[in-house]
Design a protein around this ligand. Structure first.
Ligand SMILES: Cc1cc2nc3c(=O)[nH]c(=O)nc-3n(C[C@H](O)[C@H](O)[C@H](O)COP(=O)(O)OP(=O)(O)OC[C@H]3O[C@@H](n4cnc5c(N)ncnc54)[C@H](O)[C@@H]3O)c2cc1C
Length: 170
């Protein structure tokens, strides 16, 4: 749906299908949105809506399969000025994105049955056809989610691998 929003704003017709029913219980629970995800959501125009639902994540703690702490660090040590990290319920992110696109852009209980090499799609409701571009204008490039702060020569920001430092105790 994030892609649908961006394409619709650029004048490209979209047809989003979802095999599940509208309002079906969400799969999954919470989502951690690292700073580049938060930045990408902001760039597509849903940053304020996401912020309404989300809670800040300031520290990250990694555990092994027995729950023992492997490492813990402040997330701004990694993300720096890329921006804040957030957490929100998966269903709430879906709501934000669904509200951000034209509701008619999503057809529920419709499954993609087949896609051929020439772009012809067949749906479970018997509809389908070849995808035809509605705009021939070149699309402007999206800003890289990590902005100007990241380059191939940027120093590594992640701490050393926890796996490399953890001693096996069982
Ligand atoms: C346990 C777990 C925890 C995760 N935690 C995080 C996290 O904290 N932070 C994070 O950023 N990412 C997390 N991820 C990854 C994240 O969930 C995925 O990257 C993200 O959901 C991908 O989004 P998507 O829209 O591409 O696919 P999906 O969210 O999988 O959506 C695909 C949709 O397409 C529908 N569909 C599938 N096949 C068809 C078909 N043939 N016809 C019609 N509809 C179809 C499905 O029903 C589904 O609704 C996690 C993943 C898992 C499994």
């Amino acid at each position: 749906m994030a892609l649908a929003k961006v394409l619709l704003e650029r004048g490209v017709a979209v047809d989003v299908v979802e095999r599940r029913a509208e309002g079906a219980p969400e799969l999954g629970a919470g989502l951690y949105l690292p700073a580049n995800a938060v930045r990408a959501l902001d760039a597509i125009g849903v940053g304020d809506e996401v912020a309404e639902y989300a809670a800040p994540v300031t520290r990250q703690r990694l555990h092994d399969h027995r729950g023992r702490v492997l490492t813990e660090f402040a997330v701004d040590r990694i993300w720096g000025d890329v921006g804040p990290c957030l957490a929100m319920a998966r269903g709430e992110l879906h709501t934000v994105l669904r509200d951000a696109v034209d509701g008619t852009a999503v057809r529920y209980e419709t499954e993609v049955h087949a896609v051929t090499d020439d772009g012809t799609v067949t749906f479970s409701d018997g509809t389908g056809g070849a995808a035809t571009p509605t705009s021939t204008a070149p699309l402007p490039p999206l800003r890289p989610a990590t902005g100007a702060h990241c380059s191939p020569t940027s120093p590594a920001r992640f701490p050393p691998s926890p796996a490399g430092r953890a001693r096996r105790r069982d």
